[in-house]
Design a protein around this ligand. Structure first.
Ligand SMILES: [Zn+2]
Length: 114
């Protein structure tokens, strides 16, 4: 058993998010939250996961978010109470500095070809 898991690096986090333990806990959290964004719920809206349309980005995508980030609180990585279902836009609000879900392709000088 891993006694002192750390999630400092990208690799460590990737490994964690690919693990079967996380996957089953994630589904647990989604079911607990009825597949609804908890942040939107607090604002009186209901947002559920949208159906995937072939070839299109999902308009609403639900994420299971760690209230206390695993980087700083590795012991809470697999604690259900530390998890919250959020839609991507809700996630954005909480971590604006990370720019989740942002469209990164804003071509600068796109029409200037010298
Ligand atoms: Zn939301």
């Amino acid at each position: 058993m891993v006694t002192s898991a750390e999630y400092q690096t990208k690799e460590q986090k990737k490994k964690f998010y690919r693990s079967g333990r996380w996957e089953s806990l994630r589904i647990h959290a989604l079911e607990r939250d009825n597949y609804e964004c908890q942040q939107c719920k607090r604002e009186g809206k209901v947002r559920v996961d949208s159906k995937k349309v072939q070839g299109e980005r999902k308009s609403i995508e639900l994420n299971v978010h760690h209230k206390y980030e695993i980087e700083h609180y590795p012991k809470l990585a697999l604690v259900l109470d530390n998890l919250e279902t959020l839609c991507l836009s809700g996630h954005n609000k909480m971590h604006p500095e990370k720019g989740f879900g942002k469209k990164g392709k804003q071509a600068k000088w796109g029409d200037e070809k010298w």
